[in-house]
Design a protein around this ligand. Structure first.
Ligand code: PLP
Length: 360
């Protein structure tokens, strides 16, 4: 069996050790004679799995005690609606639009209630972050929503304190959660779908400060109410048990590798290698302001788009797959989450150099 280098933006690569452990435990989890897939979520075995997953996530992110961790479903896209449904409480929220995902979040919030655009960088094709002078915050907003890593446009917010938000900060961290340490205390709520950097699809993480719970209107459907989900330990109904189990294995894997500070060092090295390969070339181009380039999603174009298909086909022969860019941006995109080893990024950089020599 040969594993390939999968640069997909999501669902994305998982650590091989995690897949191997899942395989080894597939038919018989810890001697209980059944698979995690077959277990009741109310039994002591699954209770131990979800409790350990939460404890490990809390340890990795150093989550303060006054935050709840929720294991939900519906993806980050559900959070685009669920956040305003729970937190607006008849007020308006501020939205910063820095790429495709925060734009979607803003649009969805406006369906649910009142949302105000505080700044957008769309006129610059989402290749930079706005500076503080461009942003006008509402001091009475219910919250300020940001996407701290724009997966399509490859724009990452490296420091949210520069926003100067006085209201709770809500962050879509789908594509860079667990890639670096985060000061959870700077946020009112953090959310993310699992299929990028946490585990497999079907699970959505929500980390929410307790004082933000209980603001939902009485007519909010029970399933959507954070406070009710928190009260029931994310088990109001059947949770995505196997996805939680896989996320738990990933948390263990991250702890074994030295935690998020260690992951950050590797991720910085990986990103540096790839951006240097792009910047040093005459064929490849990344349009994002270097101050906010993403360490996780690296879009780049070829100066001759006719080479795109050839690039993809030749890359595949080198075991480099899912490298084609999002249609909104074009060109290529390399997603280099935690599970992508440095050797994978090196293989891509080497291939890019070789391709340029032959076609550039
Ligand atoms: C992938 C992604 C989403 C959408 O996630 P789903 O889980 O498919 O709903 C939202 N925001 C960001 C930043 C993403 O990368």
């Amino acid at each position: 069996m040969e594993r390939i280098y999968n640069f997909s933006a999501g669902p994305a690569m998982l650590p091989q050790e995690v897949l191997e452990q899942a395989r080894d435990e597939l038919l018989d989890w810890h001697g209980c004679g059944m698979s995690v897939m077959e277990m009741t979520h109310r039994g002591k075995d699954f209770s131990a799995i979800i409790a350990q997953a939460e404890a490990d996530l809390r340890e990795l992110l150093n989550i303060p005690a006054n935050y709840k961790v929720l294991f939900l479903q519906g993806g980050a896209t559900m959070q685009f609606a669920q956040v305003p449904l729970n937190l607006l409480a008849g007020r308006s929220a501020d939205y910063l639009v820095t790429g495709a995902w925060s734009k979607k979040a803003f649009k969805e919030a406006r369906k649910v209630g009142s949302a105000r655009l505080v700044a957008t960088t769309e006129a610059s094709n989402f290749t930079r972050l706005p500076d503080k002078t461009e942003i006008s915050l509402d001091p009475d907003a219910a919250y300020l929503h940001v996407c701290t890593n724009e997966t399509v446009h490859g724009v990452e917010m490296h420091d949210v304190t520069t926003l100067g938000a006085s209201v709770p900060l809500v962050a879509d961290m789908s594509s860079h959660i667990l890639s670096r340490p985060v000061d959870v205390g700077q946020y009112g709520l953090i959310y993310g779908g699992a299929q990028k950097n946490v585990g497999q699809a079907g699970l959505t993480l929500v980390i929410v400060r307790e004082d933000l719970l209980g603001r939902a209107p009485a007519n909010l459907p029970t399933m959507l109410d954070y406070a009710v989900q928190a009260e029931h330990g994310s088990m109001l109904n059947t949770p995505p048990t196997y996805s939680i189990y896989i996320a738990g294995l990933v948390f263990q894997w991250l702890k074994g590798r030295g935690g998020l500070a260690a992951m950050e060092r590797i991720n910085i090295a990986k990103a540096k290698l790839l951006y240097q390969a792009i910047d040093a070339s005459g064929l490849y181009h990344n349009p994002v302001d270097p101050a906010c380039r993403s360490r996780m999603n690296v879009p780049f174009t070829l100066n001759n788009p006719e080479l795109d298909d050839i690039f993809v086909a030749e890359a595949k022969k080198q075991n480099i797959v899912s490298i084609k860019g999002h249609k909104m941006v074009g060109g290529m995109r390399a997603s280099i989450y935690n599970a992508m080893p440095l050797e994978g990024v090196q293989a891509l950089a080497d291939f890019m150099q070789d391709f340029e020599r032959r076609h550039g």
